[in-house]
Write a protein that binds this ligand. Sequence first.
Ligand code: C2E
Ligand code: CA
Ligand code: CA
Length: 562
Amino acid sequence: MNDYVLVVDDEEVNRKLLVKILEAEYEVETASDGKQALQMLKAQPHKYAAIVLDLVMPDMNGFSFLEEYCSDAILQNIPVIVSTGDDNIECETHSLELGAWDFIRKPYNERIIHFRLHNAIERSRAQILRKLQHVEAFDSLTGLYGRDYFQKATREMLDAFPEEQYAMIRLDIAKFNLVNSFFGIHRGDEFLCEVADKIRQFVASKNHVTFGRMRADVFAICMSYEKESELSDLSYRFRKEIREIIPEFEMIPVFGFYLIKDLKMEVNDMYDNAKLATKICKGSYIQNYAFYQDEMSQDLIQEQRIVNMTRSALQEEKFVLFLQPKYDIQEGKFAGAEVLVRWKASDQKMISPGEFIPIFERNGFIMKLDFYVWEHACKLLRSWLDKGYDPMPISVNVSRVSVYNPKLVEVISDLVATYNIPPELFQLELTESAYTSNPYMIREAMKDLQKRGFTILMDDFGSGYSSLNVLKDIAVDVLKIDMKFMSDTEIPGRGENILASVVNMAKVLEMPVIAEGVEKESQVRFLKNIGCEYVQGYYYAKPMPAEEYEKMLFRDEEQALG
Ligand code: C2E
Ligand code: CA
Ligand code: CA
């Protein structure tokens, strides 16, 4: 009897293609979205030897599927091979972080698919075997305690030496799966053994300590400590050493610390709190450790609530576009607007983007939301043009995740072409921090967009560490400076001086400046004085529904048109 493979893809052609490729060696079953797949898997969890998963699907996409999958102790053992549409490294990395075992790219290469699938199934079998042999005490690979024994030993230590102060530490290695994918499992295993050795060395001087491997690349340490700085110091030194094991890959150990208050608490719960802390480091290169705080459980519940609502919100068009006018203070007239998205929740309450954008950036949903907003912005412009108005440009935000999309230029040009919008009416705001994290790709995409007639605004200029460097390398068209970055300075007058110099410098480079977040008349006066051209902020107008903006701006035209 052949092994069963589950193919999850919303496109029927892809499903058919994969069935055709796989059916010689496997029994293939299919599901058309993540939800259906989960139902099938949960009904018969031991049936399937592997899953081939498409990332982009309506209803439940691949990322959401992976999140549920990797929180299920049984499903986790079934290897998932992610199929990605294009060579989007960011998507691939993200899915590996979420527990995918490997990936294949479209268009499909039959031999690669067979090879990777076969490999993954072998690996999972070896892993299950190891689990069966050593459930009780030691992890056969590293020789550290396994999960159960770690918990037992920790309980005993805490009970025997209650006068000490303890921390529960969880440690995993960001992007560890890449080692397996690129160098094979053997190198991956070696790497894990080296990590285990380092842990041994680092805690060798401790009298009261337990440590173990919880699963794959996840380790736990429970140890006595004197000062908190001892712990952050540990994560810093550890990071340096781990980096040296595979220098070309920059593996980063991510630490979560839970400072144990109540020694009677379940060891498992202590570990869960440490795990919660690591969540806030994910995706951050700067911070590789975090301490658990009580709010974290609250935040997580809220985040889960938002994620659960997301799926239907897009289909039901619950996201609405607000527009915030920009004002030309030198000429004394309106000069277009920025599009800001709002989420109309069921109770008619508007959820602000500050709450959901960061979550969407983590789970990949932001790419869909960005597209949704861009398309609706095009529709809006189209409706104004059709009514005979002469609209001013509007700018949309491009999230840092969308910037990674190699097809960004194509997607945007196709969109404006579909709605027949002159590109000069459709401006793009890219946040400064996106430039610093991926300069080459962005530089090329921007040049291309500018060539096609789009205007690029650099959002949040001055918020990053290398704003001036960015300007040197990239020719943006307009700078946006948020007034809040200026008011953060401690020395009086310093913010104003910096602002004046930036405006001056922008003049030399022939770049207009928009000051955002302007709330007071005194700010307007100052900005006018230093020669800043444009202002956006509550002082002139708050973000408003599109209809209101339309009424405000086109009232006069309406009359003229009769
Ligand atoms: P941003 O792009 O820097 O947008 C400016 C933010 O400042 C907006 O917040 C706006 O409502 C707010 N603001 C404007 N004038 C004032 C003022 O005078 N005082 C104060 N205190 N605030 C002012 P909002 O709408 O909550 O958006 C927050 C952030 O969420 C945006 O920052 C942007 O990064 C993101 N965002 C909003 N809409 C979208 C979208 O459609 N797509 C993407 N990718 N991101 C979006
Ligand atoms: Ca913006
Ligand atoms: Ca901004």
